[in-house]
Design a protein around this ligand. Structure first.
Ligand SMILES: [Zn+2]
Ligand SMILES: [Zn+2]
Length: 150
């Protein structure tokens, strides 16, 4: 018997779920949990923009196809450590997929920071010069209003 890697991460928030239980997202079946390899794979995919499907593979948010044994992940259903087969209620619904995609995006960004790729981070920091301009123009408007009222 082949020994598959054991998943240990909640498929929604990608945080460790001891004994399959995430404090926030409940209890998962062992085959729904992400493995370390699944988490690593998150970084190779773009999570934005994210368009949820009607239902998705909990481990990679990929497309699933119905087979005789249940729903199998299209991309990773036949890997060494296959995703699925899942029962229909083990797939992620669109709301959970959105939360999960956001968590995967954060994870990917954090990893980019660690790899010292500061470009993606600096884009999201507020531009101090611009904020200062906004404050100045706001005070000009306020001043003008005060003048008009007088
Ligand atoms: Zn969770
Ligand atoms: Zn999958």
């Amino acid at each position: 018997m082949r020994l598959a890697a054991r998943g240990h991460l909640c498929p929604v928030c990608i945080r460790p779920a001891p004994a399959g239980t995430c404090d926030e997202h409940g209890t998962w079946k062992p085959h729904q949990l992400l493995t370390t390899a699944d988490r690593r794979r998150c970084g190779r995919r773009r999570w934005q923009p994210f368009q949820p499907a009607a239902q998705a593979c909990p481990r990679c948010l990929g497309e699933v196809a119905e087979s005789r044994t249940g729903f199998t992940c299209v991309d990773h259903g036949h890997d060494q450590d296959p995703h699925g087969p899942y029962r229909v209620d083990e797939l992620l619904a669109p709301t959970a997929q959105r939360v999960s995609a956001a968590a995967r995006l954060r994870l990917t960004r954090r990893r980019q920071v660690r790899r010292r790729e500061p470009i993606s981070v600096s884009l999201h920091l507020p531009d101090p010069a611009r904020s200062a301009r906004v404050v100045i123009s706001a005070s000009i408007v306020a001043g003008t209003l005060a003048f008009l009222v007088r």
